[in-house]
Structure formats: structure tokens, C-alpha cells
Design a protein around this ligand. Sequence first.
Ligand SMILES: Nc1ncnc2c1ncn2[C@@H]1O[C@H](COP(=O)(O)OP(=O)(O)O)[C@@H](O)[C@H]1O
Ligand SMILES: [Mg+2]
Length: 460
Amino acid sequence: MPRFLSAKPDARLIPLPWNVPLAKWPTEHLVALPRGISRHVVRFITVGDEVYAAKEVIEHLAIHEYRLLHDLTRLGTPAVEAVAVVSGRQDLEGNPLDSILITKHLEFALPYRSLFTPGVRHETVMRLLDAMVVLLARLHLQGFMWGDVSLSNILFRRDAGSFAAYLVDAETGELHDRLTDGQRAHDLDIARTNVFGDFCDLQAGGMLDESLDPMVLVDTIESRYQELWNELTGMEEFSGSELYRIESRVRRLNALGFDVAELDIRTSADGQTVTLQPKVVDAGHHSRRLLRLTGLDTEENQARRLLNDLDTFRARTNQQDVDEAVVAHQWLTEFFEPVVNAVPPELQGKRDPAQIYHEVLDYRWYMSEREKREVPLSVATQGYIRDILRNLPDEAMVRDAMVQVQEGDNRQLANPYDPSLGYADDDDLPPVHDPWEDAAQDVDVSQLNHFDINELRARG
Ligand SMILES: Nc1ncnc2c1ncn2[C@@H]1O[C@H](COP(=O)(O)OP(=O)(O)O)[C@@H](O)[C@H]1O
Ligand SMILES: [Mg+2]
């Protein structure tokens, strides 16, 4: 009898064929979705309306990873959510099988290889690197040393015009009270080595734009990380006549999406010099505000955009003196919800609601510019659904993703549930190229506000 370790068990998982090695599971329980390269056997399994990722791994590692993922979720760090560990498995002959770690499939996650394809704009790549850097800094702020940063161990999600990065593989992680500079440097070193390897792989497969040099890319990761870390934690010294710098530091940190828990401010005996060191709590400054006001759970830049729209609404309707929560409720029911509810069910898998709203706002802006008039939101919504949303690839990628991808691809996968095995008619071993990702379209970021440390600094 297998044992289930789980804080929130899903009873529908219990009858699954745990006595079969994961690689041989009947396809009725599986769903073919894109994913990164892995050491272990990984499959996406489906029960009811839920999709889980299952990884076959030895017991103590499965439990270690389960606990770490739990801790990260508790700390509010973006990571996949641990659901259960199934251990004590045996096959029909009574031979022991490895444990299985089950996590919730992260919806709307984009496979990195479709994000770095040729033709992707330089800026997009920089935004992906920024998302990685923010993830790494957030983990480090929490005392988490990853030990295995790589592109395959990160999932990217759209976040307005930028991306948000999630940790997917915590097997080598360690959680400490706080990290030493040495530990952070070590993690960054691993990131450099692995990500350099990932980029070289992409390059060898002709999947990296020629203008992008792997070495420059990893240098960028390092320098942006150092910059962000200094902004988040660095000590600042200024004269007693420049006290406004305290306020501007807080504003800059908020602009980066981080909240400040404490400011350690010291003044020299003669009052001439002030030193300032912030203690930053986690990112999510805007998404927490939006959640508090509206109950919407979004990524940070999406929240920024939605809050801007809310603030605009408040100003236009002259409600500056009305309680913010009351205005937020009005905005939610009169603006946000009608847009999201206008999306037909069959198109809902293409974008999450906050992303749709953000893209409708963009669409309206361009349409208004073109037509030199103020386009009503309802008109923009219909236009967006018709011109843009309908033509986008499905990003929730649940269930019918397999069918869709196969229609666009004449070649047969060796195993549709394990895209890393490549095509059936391939003679060469083992292709790194993931055919699922060919079907995923280029990312359109021809516009939009984005995360740029320098720009935010300048604004701050
Ligand atoms: N919960 C999840 N949601 C979405 N994708 C996942 C999830 N868990 C794993 N994956 C995909 O499976 C791949 C392999 O998982 P990972 O935990 O990194 O395995 P390994 O330890 O063998 O490297 C990842 O790169 C990711 O693309
Ligand atoms: Mg991995």
C-alpha cells in the first residue's frame, strides 16, 4: 500500500496506478504539456479538472523538496505548489518503486525555449532575465539557497508587458535564516554556469537569436542581480540636509515592487551624516494592494496596471474623497468584470483574466490613437477578442493542448507525454529540442510598460 504525505490531500489521486513506474503510466491519466529538461521521469497527470505534475524521485529527496516548496509557498515566494508525496510504492511483483512528488501544474506558464526563439526582441530577453533576477533576489532575501538555478528549473508567466518567474525544482535547495554573501555568490555562480549551458544549447540548436551572446547574457544576469541586491539591501550615507533621500529610497523600493519592513536610520553625533539601511520584505507591493482592495490575485506588473486604471477611474469620477475600497468595488463590477466576462468560455484558456484586462487596455489605447477618439471599453473588448485573443495559442494548455500541437506538426513525437524524447523518426539520441514549443507562438511585446531598474531609479 502506498503512503500519501499531504497537507491538503486530493482524494481523486488515491486510485491512480501507483504500482506502475511513472514512465509506463496509461495515457488516460496523462496530459501532454510542454516542459523543461529534467533528470527524473516527470509526467503531467490529470484527475477531474485538475492537472498535477508528478516526478519520480527517491523518497528522502521527494520529502525534502515537498517541505521546501511548502515553506516557499508559506513565505509567499513564487514557486510551484507542493501537493503530496506518494511513497512505499511497489510494482505487481513486489519490487520497490521510487516515490512520487506531486505539485500543482502552474497554469499559463510558458516554456522558456519558445521565449528565446530567433526573432524575439532583445528587450523581451532582457525582461526574461530581469524576471529571473528578481526571483533569485526574492529567494535570497528569504534565506533560500537554490543550488540549481537553470532555465529548466524556472517557469515564466506573462505579467503585463513583463514576465514573472517561478521556481519549479527545489530539490537542491536549503532554507537558512539568512544567507551569507558567500552563499549568494555561490548560487549566482551556479546560475551562471547552468544558464550559460542552457543558452549554448539553444544556440547550437539554432534557437537563439544571433544577436544574443550567451556570455553577455549571463554577465547581464550577474550585473542586474548585483544592482538589484544593492538597491534592496545596500547602506546609503548622506548629509543631514538631505533627509528627503530616506523617502526617495522607500519610493524606489516600492517602484521595484518591494515593501520596506524597517528602516535602520542612524545619525552621527554631530548630526552631519545619516546612514540608512532598509530591511526589505518580500516583493508584491502592488499585488498586495490590489488583493486587499479587490480580492484579485495577480502578478506584480499586472497589479500595477490595474491599479493605474483604478486610480484613473477614481480621478475621472471625482471620487478622491470616497473610500478607496468603495471605489475599487465599483471599478471591479463596472470595468474589470464586464471585460473578463465578455470572453467566451472556449477562449478563456488563452490568458489569465488580469492579463486579458491589461491587453484590452493596450488595445483600447492603440485604437483610440488610431481613430483619434476615446474608444469605450466595451468596444475595445469586442475588438480585442476578435482580432487578438482568438488568434493566440492556448496558454493554459490543458487537455486539448496535445491535439492542437499535433495538428500543427506533421512529425510524430516519440512520446507525446515526454517531449524531451523528441521525434519518433529521429535516429540521433537524445534531442534537447522540444517540438511542443515550435507551436507556441512568438511573444508579442511590441509595447508596454516594463521592469527596468534604471528607468525606475530615474523615476524614483
Ligand atoms: N508544477 C509544475 N508546473 C508546470 N511545469 C512543471 C511543474 N513541475 C515540473 N514541471 C516541468 O517539468 C520539468 C522538470 O521538472 P523538475 O522538477 O525540474 O525535474 P528534475 O528534478 O528532474 O529536473 C520542469 O522543467 C518544468 O518544465
Ligand atoms: Mg529540474
